[in-house]
Write a protein that binds this ligand. Structure first.
Ligand code: BES
Ligand code: ZN
Ligand code: ZN
Length: 475
């Protein structure tokens, strides 16, 4: 999508560009009319008193969605000609607003259509936006940055949307390599043999039921001098549940169980593309969780890279097992902070619904910083506890740790159990750690004004976090 900044008023928009008129009416499309002979699309921004950062994001997306619905390919927009509508946003800098608009125009324009035959009239996407108003070098820069962020989110969505038959651990590693092409990012992929040598027997255990070889890919971007931020993303390229097979209605979207890995790939690539002065490492443990002949079984005990043993009570709680080895592997980078990102539990969806990922950490300052980055970016998160009281539930019967509590209370607080399991490995790190359970944000929700399918969370949050780490807040 071309996004061109224009000085002055939308009244000067050239012929052929549909003008967007933003009004105080309830948010949404009010239809297209001819005004002074020019096609004009009226869009409601909602009551000025209710305008907020969150509402502005949705407004930007609804403009693009409305244009797509009308098959308008070229549109002209101006926000600052109706300042009374946006007076609530006065505390946000024009640069921040411009970046946000660009990000969300890109995100709303995205459609996952690579497997569809192109219609004769072409795809209904917006090709060009003229953005009228006061322009400056810093605003221009903010818009370009916003576009890069939006594109990275969309690249993450494309990768996560790819069918399980196309994205396997091997092709996921290739996708990581492709994403950083031309960027100063080093990529290394460990094979099953390499992992065996290292002792990553937890990850390898999960992989056993599939004919697809597991991979473990490491992305290294050295943009700064300090110790790196390590991001680890769950890369289960298809989660059938393994021998604890998922019910059929729960399996359909499980090609997206590598959404954590996809977000880490594109967050690292984005940090490099934007030349952020930080060092960032991406760890991508990748397996397919299948119930093949050689599959790991309930009752199996796996020895993790850390040396701790894991008792498998449920083969469908596989994400935490592969992440355990990734968290241990993170240690060798002497990180300043580690964040893992995973579509870990259906319970996170039960707890939070579809509009927030769960964040779990024992570090209050880190929780605050991640929540702030979430709020500012639009990748919203909400904290759940990791108190000692929960720790008993993951202690093993016949091994050090069990992957789920088992028994009649097993279904209670499943997201916390997932986090508590990971904490058993993360506590060995000598730095703050947080876990993001992005299952609620794996796909877009009704009202998001985004195409169906992968939502691209939390690429925007991770970028903000990378830019702002370490926080000045006391820890
Ligand atoms: N990948 C799933 C979690 C998931 C479910 C993500 C729905 C996105 C949407 C994960 O591996 C899983 O199966 N978790 C189990 C854990 C249970 C066995 C303790 C779950 O959520 O049921
Ligand atoms: Zn599972
Ligand atoms: Zn899974």
């Amino acid at each position: 999508m071309k996004l061109i900044l224009k000085k002055g008023s939308i009244e000067n928009a050239p012929k052929g560009y549909v003008r967007i008129r933003i009004t105080e009416k309830a948010r949404g499309v009010k239809g297209s009319v001819k005004e002074n002979g020019e096609e004009t699309l009226e869009i409601g921004a909602g009551r000025p008193a209710e305008m907020s950062r969150r509402k502005f994001i949705l407004l930007c997306r609804s403009i693009v969605q409305a244009a797509k619905a009308h098959a308008f390919k070229k549109i002209a927009i101006q926000f600052d000609n109706t300042p009374e509508l946006f007076k609530n946003l006065k505390g946000i800098s024009p640069e921040d607003i411009s970046q946000m608009a660009a990000e969300n125009f890109e995100m709303a324009d995205f459609e996952f259509n690579i497997f569809k035959t192109k219609p004769k009239e072409g795809w209904h996407t917006v090709e060009e936006i003229l953005l009228y108003g006061k322009s400056s070098a810093t605003i221009e820069k903010a818009v370009r940055k916003g576009q890069e962020i939006g594109k990275a989110v969309n690249a993450c969505r494309t990768l996560a949307n790819m069918p399980g038959g196309d994205i396997t651990p091997t092709t996921l590693a290739k996708a990581a390599k492709a994403a950083i092409k031309g960027l100063p990012v080093k990529v290394t992929t460990l094979s099953a043999k390499d992992m065996k040598k290292l002792g990553m027997l937890a990850l390898l255990g999960v992989a056993k039921g599939s004919t697809e070889e597991p991979t473990f890919t490491i992305l290294e971007y050295k943009g700064g001098k300090g110790s790196p931020i390590v991001l680890a993303g769950k890369g289960v390229t298809f989660d059938s549940g393994g021998l604890n097979l998922k019910p059929s209605n729960g399996m359909y979207e499980m090609h997206m169980d590598m959404s954590g890995a996809a977000s880490v790939i594109h967050a690292v690539a984005l940090a490099a593309r934007l030349k952020i002065k930080q060092s960032v490492i991406g760890l991508l443990p990748a397996v397919e969780n299948m119930p093949g002949n050689n599959a790991y079984r309930p009752g199996d005990i796996l020895k993790s890279l850390s040396g701790k043993t894991i008792e498998v009570l449920d083969t469908d709680a596989e994400g935490r097992i592969i992440l355990a080895d990734a968290l241990t592997y993170a240690k060798r980078f002497k990180p300043s902070v580690v964040i893992d990102v995973a579509t870990l539990t259906g319970a996170a969806i039960s707890a939070l619904g579809l509009h927030a990922s769960a964040v779990l950490t024992r570090d209050d300052a880190l929780a605050q910083q991640i929540s702030d980055a979430g709020e500012a970016s639009g990748d919203y998160v909400w904290r759940l506890p990791l108190w000692d009281e929960y720790e008993e539930r993951v202690k093993g019967e016949f091994a050090d740790i069990k992957n789920v509590p088992g028994g009649s209370t097993s279904r209670y607080g499943g997201t916390i159990d997932g986090g508590m399991f990971l904490w058993q490995f993360a506590k060995e790190l000598e730095c703050p750690w947080a876990h993001l359970d992005i299952a609620p944000r794996m796909t877009s929700a009704p009202g998001d004004e985004l195409a169906k399918g992968a939502a691209g969370a939390p690429v925007r949050l991770l970028l903000r976090f990378i830019e702002q780490w370490p926080h000045t807040a006391k820890r």
